[in-house]
Design a protein around this ligand. Structure first.
Ligand SMILES: NC(=O)c1ccc[n+]([C@@H]2O[C@H](COP(=O)([O-])OP(=O)(O)OC[C@H]3O[C@@H](n4cnc5c(N)ncnc54)[C@H](OP(=O)(O)O)[C@@H]3O)[C@@H](O)[C@H]2O)c1
Length: 167
């Protein structure tokens, strides 16, 4: 039986190291170092079974190249394209969905709103017992919200980026 592993992706060597040391990933890509597909191939030479896509673009293309037969993709976000000023190119290897028999499905959190209280209860327990670790980057003041929002696209935050409204 294969050992299951989780591979993350973060911007910068320090964040990638923290993904492993502090947040429970078995390995992590530093996407700012380039060649995401090559890095993924090194970390998962036998391929991957599941990809949770928050990024789109090069990450999705790398995942489609690495997914094994009957692999699954949850399409959750596409942040790499949000600031594009022109059309965003789709993955050049989309055809791999056919020979690999891949399944791609969009996921919107509000579709599961009826389970919010269940999630809050369970996640509260995970946070309390340390099995789920979270970190926030907090920016003070509504007047700094636009700059904080733009900083998301530079990866200036670690964890969830929050704006605290003036008290
Ligand atoms: N489907 C849904 O219901 C749903 C709900 C909420 C959010 N989302 C989506 O989920 C994703 C994450 O949202 P979030 O609110 O959780 O944001 P977040 O935790 O603040 O994460 C944003 C992170 O995206 C990374 N990033 C930015 N530009 C990137 C790029 N070009 N390539 C690779 N990574 C990049 C940066 O990571 P580093 O700091 O490591 O560089 C940044 O910190 C977004 O795509 C968002 O639209 C989906």
């Amino acid at each position: 039986m294969r050992t299951l592993r989780a591979i993350g992706s973060a911007g910068g060597a320090a964040k990638a190291a923290r993904a492993v040391a502090d947040f429970g990933f078995d390995a992590a890509i530093d996407y700012t170092a380039g060649d995401v597909a090559g890095q993924l191939g090194t970390l998962a030479p036998e391929g991957i079974d599941v990809y949770i896509d928050l990024v789109g673009g090069e990450h999705l293309e790398a995942a489609l190249g690495a997914l094994r037969r009957n692999g699954r993709v949850a399409i959750v976000g596409a942040i790499s394209g949000y600031n594009a000023t022109g059309p965003v190119r789709g993955p050049a290897n989309f055809y791999r969905t056919l020979p690999r028999r891949l399944s791609l499905r969009g996921m919107i959190v509000s579709d599961h709103a009826d389970r919010t209280s269940e999630y809050v209860e369970r996640a509260t327990g995970w946070l309390a017992d340390g099995s789920l670790r979270a970190e926030n980057t907090v920016v003070e003041g509504l007047e700094n919200a636009p700059a904080a929002f733009l900083s998301l696209f530079r990866g200036a935050n670690t964890g969830k980026l929050l704006v605290r409204l003036g008290g």
